[in-house]
Design a protein around this ligand. Structure first.
Ligand code: ADP
Ligand code: MG
Length: 652
């Protein structure tokens, strides 16, 4: 006799049921989805003991006829599709016709329902999948499903249920997602007799968010609206200061359905990269609307992960919408400078609607054609001079090759730097000393304030650099404010902004090196750099790679050779790491590599730098307009106003 048995109908049913229903939350999910598909405006969910003994989902949707009721609990019975063709354009949450059958198979079930047209409602009672009775029953319009003693007939499953509290949490989490995804439905959740959640159902997503997450969260939201005809992105994101240690506040809804999507998460997190610390995650409630034909909803029934037939438009829509919202929000209105410098525009600024075709056809010329490196022939001494001049020119705000090229470099160094040092030390430092401790304390207090109050625009008034505290924080008097500037963070941002600007400009200031700077690197790094030669060239590098070496002949202006070397190697390593990730577009990957590189190349906190270097940095900061954070999202500076200090000392 053969070994293969055909399973009995009952056993096959149980196996199938196990795939749809594995815990109370999945029952609630299926029942709520049915209610939504039935057009409900009010849904009430009640559970007891984590749902293990009792679950009730009541809706005011279309209801079922007495005739349909026994069919609804059969496997593959659905009113939502009928032919194969319908599978292509599914707009309902359910369509498999499996849920009610699965739930019925593993519980004691009651369904009470009435359609608008029917005088009387009907009730179905079943146990372990067997229909016990169908009776006439007075009922309001809509459907109520009561599920008791889940898995009473499947002890193996029952054992896997967690503690009631855990199951309750899972149910609540799911109900919250539904409430968020359908602000037009009034959702109520009752847990062990207590009302846990109640949404207005007035169609305003903000009210739903408020009901679910509470006042504090809702107060820190930034509205998002973006995308194009193919993919729309609407909703809310958390302000950078409401970032979380985990991903659990990332909420995405696609066409009204709560989902998880690696693509959407990656796009969101990429958009936040220069706004929050790398180990933190943003909060969001984002509603993505997309042509159903472009989304594969035919995923495993119990899984939420959605795959897109084409990931890229989704990634881009989310990235640009979030980025635009963030950038708009960080320019605080009262601090806004009316006419931004055109060349300061962000390389990753959102593309205007209509202008957008595809990334490759972007109107913004990302990478200008690069001509062959201008390799100048200079003597070693000339080179030294030129190099120092560049540094000097930077320190005094002149571009290389301008007037002071005539100044003998040694003289310029000796005199000018010497003098400045004197000024700083003798005049400013002693006066500043007693204030430092208080200032720092006050700054700590300030840094605990809300970012709005902490926000800083580098003021336009004259800057007087007082000195440095702890070799870490630059103190500068600017108009009636005292700025405490994180040296490293500030330099990092300056480098980053410069590189970005270079990327977009057709002509970029570079420094030619007489003797190529030779860097040793792994073969992979060399290959990666070669592959990104155009982009790396666009920020101001000229280089040639061989097996294990990079010979650099030109570097971006404003950097020392050491800084440039660190920058290039970091860029290579970052690009290599990120290259495998398909969802990250090339330009975003490159931007990420740039700010990692900027971090490496920037002045280090705790290390001493010549005062002219510090002065140069302050000059650059004075040019910045609305940048309050380093590319990693930490603040660059805190400010103490004259008024704050006066108050502190009882002078008011
Ligand atoms: P599916 O939702 O995939 O169609 P279900 O097993 O969840 O499969 O439901 C089977 C059918 O029962 C649905 O197609 C629908 O016609 C009917 N139904 C289930 N729940 C409700 C409800 N709350 N209100 C109205 N009809 C419902
Ligand atoms: Mg269903």
């Amino acid at each position: 006799m053969g070994k293969i048995n055909v399973l009995s109908f009952a056993v096959a049913n149980l196996i199938a049921a196990g795939e749809v229903v594995d815990r109370p939350a999945s029952v609630v999910k299926e029942l709520m989805e049915n209610a939504i598909d039935a057009g409900a405006r009010h849904i009430t969910v009640e559970i007891r003991n984590g749902g293990t003994t009792f679950m009730r989902v009541a809706d005011d949707g279309c209801g079922m006829t007495a005739e349909d009721l026994p069919i609804a609990v059969k496997r593959h019975a659905t009113s939502k599709i009928s032919t194969e063709k319908d599978l292509e354009g599914i707009t309902t949450l359910g369509f498999r016709g499996e849920a009610l059958a699965a739930i019925a198979a593993v519980s004691e079930l009651r369904i009470i329902t009435r359609t608008k047209e029917a005088q009387m409602g009907a009730m179905l009672v079943s146990s372990a999948g067997e229909i016990k009775e169908i009776t006439e029953q007075g009922a309001p319009k809509g459907t109520t499903v009561i599920v008791e003693n889940l898995f009473f007939n499947v002890p193996a499953r029952r054992k896997f249920l967690k503690k009631d509290v855990s199951e309750s949490i899972a149910v609540s989490a799911y109900v919250e997602k539904i409430a968020l995804s359908h602000p037009e439905i009034a959702v109520r959740l009752i847990v062990d007799g207590n009302m846990r959640l109640e949404t207005a159902g007035d169609g305003n997503p903000k009210n739903a968010v408020y009901a679910v997450f509470g006042r504090e969260f809702a107060a820190k939201l930034i509205a998002v609206s973006g995308g194009d005809g193919g993919v729309r992105v609407e909703g809310f994101i958390g302000r950078p200061d409401s970032a979380r240690p985990k991903r659990n506040y990332e909420n995405f809804f696609i066409n009204g359905r709560y989902i998880t999507s690696k693509t959407a998460s990656a796009a969101l997190e990429q958009a936040y990269t220069s706004f929050i610390a790398p180990e933190k995650f943003p909060c969001c409630v984002l509603y993505i609307t997309i042509d159903p034909a472009a989304v594969d909803v035919n995923v495993h029934p119990a899984k939420l992960e959605v795959k897109f037939s084409n990931e890229r438009p989704v990634f881009e829509a989310v990235y640009y919408a979030v980025r635009a919202a963030l950038e708009e929000n960080t320019d605080r209105p009262e601090l806004k400078i009316p006419a931004p410098r055109p060349d300061a525009a962000h390389a990753f600024a959102p593309i205007e609607e209509g202008k957008r075709e595809s990334l490759d056809k972007r109107q913004v010329p990302m990478f200008g054609e690069r001509t062959a490196p201008a390799f100048s022939r200079m003597s070693a001494a000339e080179y030294q001079n030129r190099f120092a001049q560049n540094r000097l020119a930077n320190a005094f705000g002149k571009s290389s090759g301008e007037k002071n090229a005539e100044i003998p470099i040694s003289a310029a160094l000796g005199e000018t730097f010497g003098k400045r040092e004197e000024e700083t030390e003798q005049k400013d430092a002693p006066r500043a000393l007693p204030a430092v401790a208080d200032a720092v304390k006050e700054a700590e207090r300030v840094s605990e304030q809300k970012p709005d109050e902490r926000a800083i625009l580098f003021p336009r008034a004259e800057w007087r650099v007082i000195g440095e505290a702890f070799r870490m924080y630059i103190l500068a008097e600017v108009g009636d404010t005292l700025l405490l500037i994180d040296k490293h963070a500030a330099h990092e941002r300056v480098i980053f902004e410069d590189l970005l600007r270079n990327l977009r400009a057709s002509e970029r200031p570079t420094q030619s090196l007489l003797l190529p700077l030779t860097l040793s690197a792994s073969r992979e790094d060399c290959e990666t750099l070669h592959a990104f030669e155009k982009e790396v060239g666009a920020v101001g590098f000229s280089f040639a790679v061989s097996e294990n070496e990079i010979a650099v002949s030109e570097i971006p202006d404003g950097l020392t050779a050491r800084e440039a070397g660190e920058l290039l190697l970091t860029i290579a390593a970052q690009l290599r790491d990120g290259e495998g990730k398909a969802t990250i577009s090339r330009d975003i990957l490159f931007e990420k590599a740039l700010y990692q590189g900027a971090c490496k190349a920037a002045m280090k906190g705790g290390r001493e730098y010549p005062p002219e270097y510090v002065a140069w940095l302050c000059r650059r900061l004075a040019e910045l307009e609305d940048i309050t954070v380093c590319p990693h999202g930490r603040p660059i500076a805190v400010k103490l106003t004259r008024a704050m200090l006066d108050r502190q000392f009882g002078r008011t």
